[in-house]
Every structure is written in C-alpha cells, then in structure tokens.
Design a protein around this ligand. Sequence first.
Ligand SMILES: *Cc1c(COP(=O)(O)O)cnc(C)c1O
Length: 641
Amino acid sequence: MQPNITSWSIEEAEKTYGVSRWGGGYFRIGDNGNVKVTPDPNDPSIQIDFKSVINDIKEEGIQLPVVVRFHDVLRAQVENLNKLFNQIIEEAGYQGSYNGVYPIKVNQMREVVEEIVDAGTPYGYGLEAGSKAELLAALAMNTNEDSLTILNGYKDEEFMRLALLGRMLGRRMVVVVEKYSELLLLIKASKQLGIEPIIGVRAKMTVKGRGKWEGSAGERAKFGLTIAEIIKTARHLEQEGMSHCLKLLHFHIGSQLTDIRAIKEAITEGARIYADLHKMGFELDYVDVGGGLGIDYDGSNSTNDSSRNYTMHEYIADIVYGMKEVCDMEKVPHPTLVSESGRAITAHHSCVIMEIVGEIRSNSAELDTSVVDGEHFFTKNMREMLENFDGAPNKQELYNDASQYKEQALDAFKLRVLNLEELGKIETLYWQIMVKLKAFYADVDFVPEDLLELDYRLSSQYLCNFSVFQSAADTWAIDQLLPVVPLMRMDEPPTVNCSLVDITCDSDGKIDKFAVGREITNVLPMHPLKKGEHYYAGLFLTGAYQDVMGDMHNLFGRLNEVHIFSYDDDPEDFYIEEVVKGSSVEDVLHIMQYNPKAMATDVKRLIDKQISAGKIKPREGVKWTDFYENCLSGYTYLKTD
Ligand SMILES: *Cc1c(COP(=O)(O)O)cnc(C)c1O
C-alpha cells in the first residue's frame, strides 16, 4: 500500500507507520508530527516528545546513536503482567497464586534487572537464570525472600553448589533438571553440603510452538526430560528420601509464540503431566509455563512470525482457565503458577535513536546525454527509446529492450568497443527510462512481474549512523522485523521510499523489511533529507534480546545509553537520570588485544620523525598527535556535528 501523499495528515501517518498498533499504548504520533512516549499508562497526561529527548541528549554532549531506556515502561510492564495474573486468578476462582520470574537472558543489563526486581517486589516477582554467570547475577540481585529464582539451562557441580548457597541464604532457588545426569550431580552436592534443594523437572513437550522457535519443543528439543525420564527422576528422588524436594514442573515451547492455539495445547499437556504426577504421589507445588508471550512487532495482530494473534490478557486467561479445568477434572489442587515472560516485559522499554546521514541512489548522478558526433549506436538507440517513450505501444517490450541494451553495452565496454564515458551516458539514459516506466505503471492496474521490482530498484537507501549487528542483531540473524519510523516531520508527507543501510562495511548491514500500512514491504516511506537539517529515525522494541545480543562487527561497540524517568513537574515531563557511556575506540581495540597507549606512542614517534626531518612543523605535529589520541578515546560511530 502506498501512503496517500496528496491528503497527508497525522491520521494518515498513523495508518502508514502503525505506531499505536505496535506501540503497546506507550508510543504514538503527536499532533506536531513528532513521536511521543506515554511511559506511565496510569498517567496519560505525561507525554514525552522525542524531539525534547534528542535536544537534552545533545545538550549533555552525548553523541548519537543512543539507546534510550524508559524505566517507567519497564515498571509498567511488570505491573501489567502481575496485576492481570492476579485479576484473572480471582475471576476464575483459581485456588493457587502467581509467582512469575523474569528470565534475565532477555536483557541482563544491571539497571534493567534492578528495575524489574524493584517493580516486582510487591508481587513476589523473581528471576530466572540459564547460565552460571546469570545465576551469580541472580543470586546477588534477587534479594526478595518471597520470590522464586528458577535455574534452567545446563549445569555443572559448581552451578549446583551456587544454587545450594542460595538455599542456605534463605532464597527460593529452584534447580530445574534438564537432563537426568544433572539430578545425580545435584543429589551428590546436596548430600555433601547438607543443604536440601528445591527441584524442578523440565518436560520435553510434544506440542510445538509455531514460529521461529518451534525447535524448542518436540522429541528433538535440546532441553528437557521425556515422560519416562520424569518418572525415573521422581522415583529416584523417592529412593533417596527426597521426593518432597520435587516441587516444580517446567516447560517452555518456544519464544514469540505466534498462535494462541499452541499455548492452549501446551497448558493442557502440562496440566495433565502435573495431575498424574500428583496422583502418583508426587505433590508438586508449582507449574512453570515458561516464556513465549509474543510481541506484535509488525502491528498486524496475526500469526506472522513478527506478530501474535492474541493479547496478554488472553494468554493469561488461557493459562489460568486451562490449568483449572484439568485440575478440577482430575481432582488435584491448583498449583502456584509461574511464567517466564521476558520479551513481553522488556521489548517496549528501549529504542535506538539514530541519525540518517546520507542517501544512496542508483540514479543519483546524471551525465549530459545530448547527441555528439561519432557516438556509438548503443547510445543513440537508448536515447531514442527515451524520446519515443510515450509513443511506445508496449511498455514491457521497451523495458526488455532497454535492459538488454544496458547489458550489451557493458559487454561492449569490456571488449573495449565502448568507452567509459559512453557507458556512463547509457547508464544515465537507462535510469531515465526506468523512472518513466515507474511513473507509467503507477497508474495501471496490472503490473508485469519484472516491473514490480522497479519500485525497489529505484528506491533510495538511507544511510543510518548505527550498526545492525550491534543494535538489531535479529533483523540480520533471523529476519526479525523491528519497527523503524521517522521521529519527526510526521505531519509532512513522506515522499521518499527507501530501505535502510548501516555504516558497517558489510552488505548484510541493512534493514529492508518493514510494516507499512497493513503490509510487509521492502521499502519504508521517509522524508526527503534537507540540507543543514538533522533527520532522525527510531528503531523500536529493542529492549528484548537486541540490547544485549549485539556484536562488535567492524569494531562498532556498545551504544551510549540514556535512562529516562518521567517527571510530572518538569516542563518536558522527564529527566535523564543516568548516562552510560558506550564503547570508545580504545575500549573495543583493547578487547581485540591491542594496546591503545602503545599505539599512541608509536604514532607520536612517527610524527616526531617527520618533524625532525622538517616535513611537519612542530606545532602541527602536536596537533596531529592530540587528534589521534582524541579519536582513540572517542566514540566508534560517525560524528555528525
Ligand atoms: C528464553 C527463555 C524464556 C524467555 O522467553 P520469552 O519468549 O522471551 O518470554 C523463558 N524460559 C526459558 C526456559 C527460556 O529459554
């Protein structure tokens, strides 16, 4: 769908970019054409304008690109999830309670985890860890004795000892057995230390989540125990006199579950396992339904990979009512419910602000193509095609001929029949024909297959000062769609269709999948760049996984970060509570085993040599030395002002 440029309005902008469809109630387009954040759903009067955020960032001397964290959004999501669980539990007459955990792999940043733990304290909301490093973090961070710490992932003996240390400190640490051999390790450590564990088992589910993570379940799943292994585990614990330690049943059928039906099926399957274990004498207290609560990245509310066909409310209702129904039929107590939603808690709270620093177009330079004596007949033919465009009865034929001429011209050039200048003119004429073709087909109902691509071929590429590999890893790795929109000028019609490219030297460093209108397209309507005016785009919903999965491709390191709190008494409704500096060039070089200090000394020595040789004046030499050192301690991204 092409946006309606002629009668452009804020409503049209909203239709085009779908900000409120994917914005989760936090983001919308303001009447002044700027994107705004309402970080606290309880106080809609607080509205933060991205333009003010950018102004403040600049005033503080912080360079773009930056990650912006809205701590209030994080808190609001924790509250939403917990309140909804409690509310639906009450409505359903469910007898157990809810004791959720936040899986820290989704965003392990200390400030993020601290905020979540703090916001979750009234609800006994805990943490989930899946590796030793995460466990060490969780042990220090989750100081709330009422909340759970769930330990998933593969474990060694040290891991078990750390978990038991947590038990000794009075924490509700649950070791989830992913593999039968882990049970033996845990029993051994527990007996040696004389500390009793709380044990969970992870079931390998037969129901598969649909979407990108469907490999998380099924018989080839990497994690979990088969039914036979679960029974063997329970019996083994019984023999050891430890069956009372078996407290939790866990399953996780994949992240970003797109279809609610998979969730319903998993709940039924999990509830049946729980109920039968109960009837066999293993009285578990908890059922942990894992993660998977999806985010509507493309705003389509569908089973697209980047969407989901349900709401948080529906998801929770299906868990609560589904569990209740099976337990009531089986006449077993309702277990305490645990969920491990990560994506849904963190996705909205952070975004990346980046500047568009240039435009790349195949037809940006044009040569003078007027007739000259002795020109090659290829050039002449191409010019005639352009001149006779309107009269050409069959435009597809014209397209085929022009494309063929262009290819032949290139061959002729390689064979030294055509010179460089003539090749350049042919290229110019070719693109002029393509522009005419595009305009012609814009008003025609049926567009031939070949020509459909013309829009994309003629579209611009906007060069963005950021790295896909650092800030949007999943768009590269798994073709994930993340919303990108202009942060300002939404009241102006976006007349340039473009894809986005980053500043890495990697042709994969690009974004060419967008949700525009109700469609997934390969170009995004943006505004024409203006000389001397900055133009900014926001990459949204990066708080889950993207923030922490980035890599150092081309040595672009971590981004500067600003943490924003809403504040009613401030004229702009917010303040920057903290700035976390991103990687400097020194930092990233250091990781790669360089010694930046020694490098600076070496370069200084080379400059001194030129001074001694009289090739550089001493004053200039000092300037060059300082410049090199300043660049070393500076930011890795492009400096734009
Ligand atoms: C990754 C993971 C989660 C988080 O899943 P989301 O879909 O982000 O909520 C929860 N539990 C386990 C075991 C995981 O591996």
